[in-house]
Design a binder for this molecule. Structure first.
Ligand SMILES: [Zn+2]
Length: 188
């Protein structure tokens, strides 16, 4: 476990209750808790029966959602980088320099109604953590809010647009992205 893994994380929705091991039904309401400890983030999901006072005690964050049967996998257009694919790639990359970019991408995806903000928490170490849920897959995206200033926001947004393939006109503005070059296209 590196420290960067504690800054952001994707946690999959459980398919079964942590208490009674029952598989969730389609459209069944269920409850989740998020914890932050020495081993990083852990997420646990519970059915309504098992969601007792002791099940939710001392959680970093708790929320309720509705279980949706996963849709059959869609053929993925691998060539096209989207805000979502870029966010997932960066979150796997563990590059601390991408903290701001990751945050902006999460905000973009919330505006596009792909992610829904579930909670905002201040961790014991003072970090502000935003908990998003993917509306389709039920995954939890744990994003540290870097507290960007307005001036920083503009340059990070420009970097994100460049990583997503630039503006509609395609022509580079002459300014290279301030950080890394855009990621190479996926290898086959
Ligand atoms: Zn249960």
């Amino acid at each position: 476990m590196t420290t960067t893994q504690q800054e952001w994380n994707i946690k999959e929705r459980g398919e079964t209750c942590q208490g009674c091991s029952k598989h969730f039904d389609d459209e069944e309401p269920f409850y989740s808790r998020l914890d932050f400890g020495a081993e990083g983030y852990t997420r646990r999901d519970y059915c309504a029966v098992c969601w007792t006072d002791s099940a939710r005690r001392a959680a970093l964050s708790t929320w309720k959602s509705v279980y949706k049967m996963p849709p059959p996998p869609e053929p993925e257009p691998l060539q096209k980088e989207t805000a979502e694919s870029l966010l997932r790639k960066l979150m796997e990359g563990e590059d601390p320099a991408k903290l701001n970019t990751i945050y902006i991408l999460a905000v973009m995806l919330e505006r596009k109604r792909i992610l829904a903000e579930q909670d905002v928490q201040i961790r014991e170490d003072g970090a502000k953590v935003r908990v998003y849920e993917h509306r389709k897959t039920g995954e939890t995206f744990i994003i540290t809010d870097p507290g960007l200033k307005l001036t920083e926001l503009t340059s990070v947004q420009a970097e994100v647009v460049a990583m997503l393939g630039g503006g509609a006109n395609g022509a580079a503005t002459g300014e290279p992205p301030p950080d890394q070059p855009p990621p190479a296209s996926p290898e086959r």
